[in-house]
Design a protein around this ligand. Structure first.
Ligand code: AMP
Length: 508
């Protein structure tokens, strides 16, 4: 099936229901949303010669037109390439070129960046701004009643991984992948109804955008904050105005939301569900979030190659504080999602027994078709249908998965593996520590030693000695940092992930 069939169905069932909102302002109901998608789909084929299977890039900041365009692309049977709007124009152009995009859908915010990189674009690629008169004319026309038929294995979404190292790779997701991922949301994350509001405070090009499908299926509201991005106060206010809000937030966003809720003396009223993931959520932070905002949290662990779907830590496990292993579970990423098998393997790819630490592998209908034009990476990453995630972790006897690290981030000191995550968890329980990232630095004696890069809370002044004593009270002596580097902030990529490679260079 074509995932856009869900929009056609919702438009038939509840044409007058509010669909696209900018803040609290309704910009389109479901009938209008579907009509625009159909009209854009027709225009892509007619005016831009986009054929089924052709790639169309979306290089724009969050706006309601983003969703119209996505569905317009699928109405035409084409493939969407969502590009993070914060990328440099040349990086975006590289992606368009690698994917041989026929058309780039852009907006006022990104037009200049892409224009400056025009030489790097595919020679025949054209662009269209969603802020132009031309776009408004295109979406106001007519089109086919139903989207172009697609098979489950047909490519729908070509997403370039954030690439904290090397060139990004194009992850190929099919219509079937997107449908399987969306059904997991119902089984493993949250229920959805037409009264809900999906709030997009994180980039639509990434995980947050992938949650649109199931909300389209149920005819829910899709809300883009007026700021176009993440502003804690705006999110808390929108929660109260909209009600029944479900949103995705990276751990750094959760922390900011919790700080703002505390300042306002609120608990996130109107926000039913905050799905967090995409990077480590530390125990101290989720405990603080639960104490401040209550049972609104669900964690997911996934990666572009099996988006939002490897495991989930359900709401109920966030609340079962009477369970003897409650804290262990809260520090885990939960259990395998309904359609996914998870296993742990050793360096030779052989499955390891329960409790042992190794590479996490996943298999199921949410796992990508492969990387775009990259047989070497495919051979390294996909084996007999198993996706090698590059993450390291262990499964306990109840099936809860605890992540240690990405395999390349493991610090090997004196022949012993030290997982930075453990060191970070320990340091974060100190009240003066706001953020921390532990890295390995070459050492003639030990091979590598642990260096902790620390951002202190405002006005705090914890010294090396204080933090060292704190670590000794929580983790094995050999794991504690040999050196502390105090920074004003940690280097992060556009998705808020700490760039350990950059940190290692800075510390060197
Ligand atoms: P991306 O493909 O950019 O979404 O990055 C995926 C990577 O983010 C995973 O391979 C993990 O290393 C990390 N990640 C995702 N979800 C979580 C989570 N819940 N906890 C810790 N790390 C996570």
């Amino acid at each position: 099936m074509n995932v856009a069939d869900w929009l056609a169905a919702s438009a038939r069932l509840q044409p007058a229901a509010p669909a696209l909102l900018s803040g609290t302002n309704v910009e389109a109901d479901y009938a209008t949303f579907a009509r625009r998608a159909a009209s854009i789909g027709a225009a892509l084929a007619r005016d831009y010669r986009v054929a089924p299977g052709d790639r169309v890039a979306l290089f724009m900041t969050n706006c309601t037109q983003y969703l119209e365009c996505l569905y317009g692309i699928w109405w035409a049977g084409a493939v969407a390439i969502p590009i993070n709007a914060k990328l440099h124009g040349r990086e975006a152009a590289w992606i368009c070129s690698n994917a041989d995009a026929k058309l780039g859908l852009i907006c006022d915010d990104t037009a200049e960046a892409l224009a400056e990189a025009a030489f790097d674009l595919p020679p025949l690629m054209r662009t269209l701004s969603v802020d132009s008169e031309e776009y408004r004319r295109l979406r106001g026309g007519a089109g086919a009643q139903l989207p172009e038929p697609r098979e489950d294995d047909d490519l729908a979404w070509l997403f370039y991984t954030s690439g904290t190292t090397g060139r990004p790779k194009g992850v190929m997701l099919s219509h079937g992948n997107l449908v399987a991922m969306s059904l997991c949301y119902l089984a493993d994350v949250d229920a959805v109804s037409s009264d809900d509001a999906a709030l997009y405070a994180a980039p639509l090009s990434h995980g947050a955008g992938l949650y649109n499908f199931i909300h389209v299926r149920f005819g829910a509201r899709h809300v883009v904050p007026e700021s176009g991005g993440f502003d804690s106060d705006e999110v808390l206010t929108l929660g109260k105005q909209l009600g029944n809000v479900a949103m995705f937030a990276a751990p750094t966003m959760v922390r900011r939301l919790v700080d703002a809720a505390k300042k306002r003396g609120e608990r996130g009223e109107g926000i039913r569900t905050i799905v967090y993931g995409g990077g480590p959520m530390y125990l101290a932070d989720i405990k603080d979030a639960l104490a401040t905002m209550g049972q609104r949290f669900v964690q997911i662990y996934g990666q572009g190659e099996s988006p939002m779907t490897i495991t989930s830590l359900r709401r109920e496990w966030h609340g079962r504080s009477d369970h003897p292993r409650y804290l262990e579970r809260l520090a885990s990423v939960g259990t395998a999602q309904s359609v996914v098998s998870v296993r742990i393997t050793d360096a030779d790819g052989k499955p390891l027994p329960t409790g042992e630490t190794g590479e996490i592998e996943a298999k199921g209908p949410t796992v990508m078709l492969g990387y775009w034009n990259n047989p070497t990476a495919n051979a390294e990453t996909l084996k007999d249908g198993w996706l090698r995630t590059g993450d390291v972790g262990r499964l306990d006897e109840d099936g809860f998965l605890t992540l240690s690290d990405r395999s390349k981030d493991v610090i090997i000191s004196g022949g012993t593996n030290i997982y930075p995550r453990e060191v970070e968890e320990a340091l974060l329980t100190h009240p003066d520590v706001r953020e921390v990232s532990a890295i390995g630095v070459a050492d003639p004696e030990w091979g590598e030693t642990v260096v902790a890069c620390v951002v202190l809370e405002e006005g705090a002044a914890a010294s090396d000695a204080v933090l060292d004593a704190h670590c000794l009270s929580a983790i094995a002596r050999f794991k504690r940092p040999k050196r502390y580097v105090f920074l004003d902030q940690l280097p992060k990529n556009n998705y808020g992930k700490v760039l350990k490679t950059r940190l290692r260079e800075m510390v060197k």
